[in-house]
Design a protein around this ligand. Sequence first.
Ligand code: SF4
Length: 62
Amino acid sequence: MKFKIKSELCRGCGVCEAVCPNVYQMDSSRVAKVVTESVSVDLIECAMHGEEVCPVRAIIHN
Ligand code: SF4
């Protein structure tokens, strides 16, 4: 499963990184990045959690 961040929507709140730092990390410009090309099964639950808590719905998956 792949997760993606619409960087133009990201407000830099850091909530996604706080709940799932193995998938989301803030870059030096305070924009969240997905740090893994394809999210492994053991990280899908936390990746989904990060998607759900994003206040601007900037995270999508397929
Ligand atoms: S939770 Fe959403 S707005 Fe906040 S840093 Fe992550 S992607 Fe950006």
